[in-house]
Design a protein around this ligand. Sequence first.
Ligand code: DC
Length: 226
Amino acid sequence: MNKIVIAIDGYSGCGKSSTAKEVARQLGYIYIDSGAMYRAAALHFLNEGLSLSSTKDVVKGLSTLQITFQTNPSTLRQETYLNGINVEEEIRTMRVSERVSEVASIKEIRQAMVAQQQELGKNKGVVMDGRDIASVVFPDAALKIFMTADVDIRAKRRQVELQQKGQEVDLQEIKENLIARDRKDSSRVESPLLKVTDAIEIDTTSLSFEQQVGKIIAHAQKVIFN
Ligand code: DC
């Protein structure tokens, strides 16, 4: 069967990752969480105490940065590893969320992440979510989705997600972080978040998880069987 690349971009907290993961599962495709890569990079720079304003530090940080994904055999969930250490939980903490947009705005860091993402998706049969997937990583993707949702709904969903992981975070703090990241991600010079002209927009504000997955699967089937 004709395998395609599905690029899913959109604002923070729209449910891109969970949706992309389920779309990949239903199609038997590989799922790649590009945001997890920027988060792991942010954690690395934080842990190493490296400055983002020093090119020397950025080069040093990149030379000691290795990001890999492994499937957890008991949960079958894909988890992120930083230099061989499982950081799946740590990269979702507010400490990392507060720094990640800054890290993702650095040209050299983006170049390294994009090269790895293109390599991971070169055989197609891949669903990748992020901010620049349709615009930079896979401009030839056969299906491009742009997800949006009301910011209050996004903050509430993110709070529930964090609560399920045992993290109690104030709703207003989450909302402010989402707004700040959207602003930084959309206004940065390097590969800003944007909706490409051939992307299909899906507003998930009043959609259930099953409905948003179903919409993307329907679009994918149209492209695959065309
Ligand atoms: O999808 P996420 O919220 O886990 O992404 C974390 C941050 O990484 C987000 O604030 C923007 C950045 N990012 C990016 O710049 N480009 C991508 N392809 C994916 C994420």
